[in-house]
Ligand binder design. Structure first.
Ligand code: SF4
Ligand code: SF4
Length: 310
């Protein structure tokens, strides 16, 4: 899983002609190999692996998570030698190429397969542990809201907006050959990591960061096409947050402590649940160890009171 990660980050994709697809249909295996051996790859893989181990051993807590998110942001977002990690382009560019009939590079395909593969191995292991813009939003979300209360967006609404943006972008590609996200980078904050400071980008990133004080990962839940893809895939992930119903005492501490809108759906064993970014807060909060980042089906026990008061 680690090995496929790095083309996403090594390739970047920002800047230039902005397409990331016009490099002559490069299918040179050696260029992929050199990407896989880059520092970004090794570090990204180690961080994802560390996340999985911490979640599996329930060693994750708020302080460790915050430190690791700062490290992810600095390593893959700030340091120039790491260039631009652009998971957004890894998803959008192949869609554009498919619709327009242009060539898809091996590296682009590898990046897309990697994000999908990592998400199937562990729910949101890429988004939750490797993406620098996800990490930045999560760090800002640690700032206390002036009202003292964070907002959890109704998932039906946030996901409806995210799907609508994707559909509009798809129609735009059909009509013009250009996608909505990277059109003047109006919805592409990943350009930030390529040190592009245009006005529209500054407005977008500023708005997302302000919103992040109040809402957990607003860009991920409302806009990002990678978030949409990995949300679909996390429903079949091997490792994901699972409930042992026999251990759950209905205290709902996990729901109250979590920053996301996902935990109630998890403890209610809903088939469709909002994005879980594998932060581990609910696992750490549970006083009876009923939640784990585990494998297999949810363990049945007595029925929960679904009027949980969330
Ligand atoms: S959904 Fe969030 S964490 Fe995932 S790629 Fe998009 S910005 Fe990054
Ligand atoms: S608190 Fe939410 S995002 Fe974090 S691990 Fe639990 S369900 Fe996932």
């Amino acid at each position: 899983m680690i090995l496929i990660c790095m083309p996403v980050m090594a390739e970047g994709g920002g800047g230039g002609d902005g397409s990331g697809m016009g490099d002559g249909g490069n299918t040179d295996i050696s260029s992929v190999s050199s990407g896989l051996l880059s520092p970004q790859f090794i570090l990204g893989g180690l961080v994802a692996l560390a996340g999985l181990i911490l979640l599996r051993t329930t060693k994750i807590n708020w302080n460790i998570r915050t430190l690791l998110m700062c490290a992810v942001f600095v390593l893959f977002g700030v340091l120039v030698i790491m260039h631009q990690p652009s998971p957004l382009r890894a998803v959008v560019d192949p869609v554009t190429a498919l619709v327009t009939g242009s060539a898809i590079t091996l590296k682009k395909t590898t990046a897309l397969i990697f994000i999908g593969g990592l998400s199937v191995i562990g729910a949101k292991l890429f988004c939750g542990w490797v993406c620098p813009f996800g990490a930045l939003q999560e760090i800002v979300n640690r700032i206390p809201a002036p009202s003292g209360k964070k907002i959890k967006l109704p998932f039906n609404i946030s996901n409806g907006i995210r799907i609508s943006i994707f559909v509009i972008s798809f129609i735009m590609i059909l009509a013009t050959g250009i996608d909505l996200y990277t059109y003047h980078n109006i919805l592409n904050p990943f350009e930030l990591f390529d040190w592009h400071f245009e006005l529209v980008l500054a407005v977008l990133v500023g708005a997302v960061l302000v919103a992040s004080v109040f809402v957990y990962r607003p860009f991920c839940y409302l806009v990002c096409p990678v978030g949409l893809l990995t949300w679909l895939l996390e429903h079949v992930s091997i490792f994901r947050v699972r409930l042992d119903q026999g251990k759950c005492n209905d205290c709902n501490k996990c729901i109250r402590m979590s920053p996301c809108p996902s935990v109630k759906a998890i403890v209610d064993c809903d088939n469709v649940r909002p994005d879980c970014f594998a932060c581990g807060v609910c696992i750490d909060a549970c006083p009876t160890d009923a939640l784990t980042f585990g494998i297999g089906k949810t363990k049945a026990g007595r029925s929960r009171d679904l009027e949980s008061g969330d």
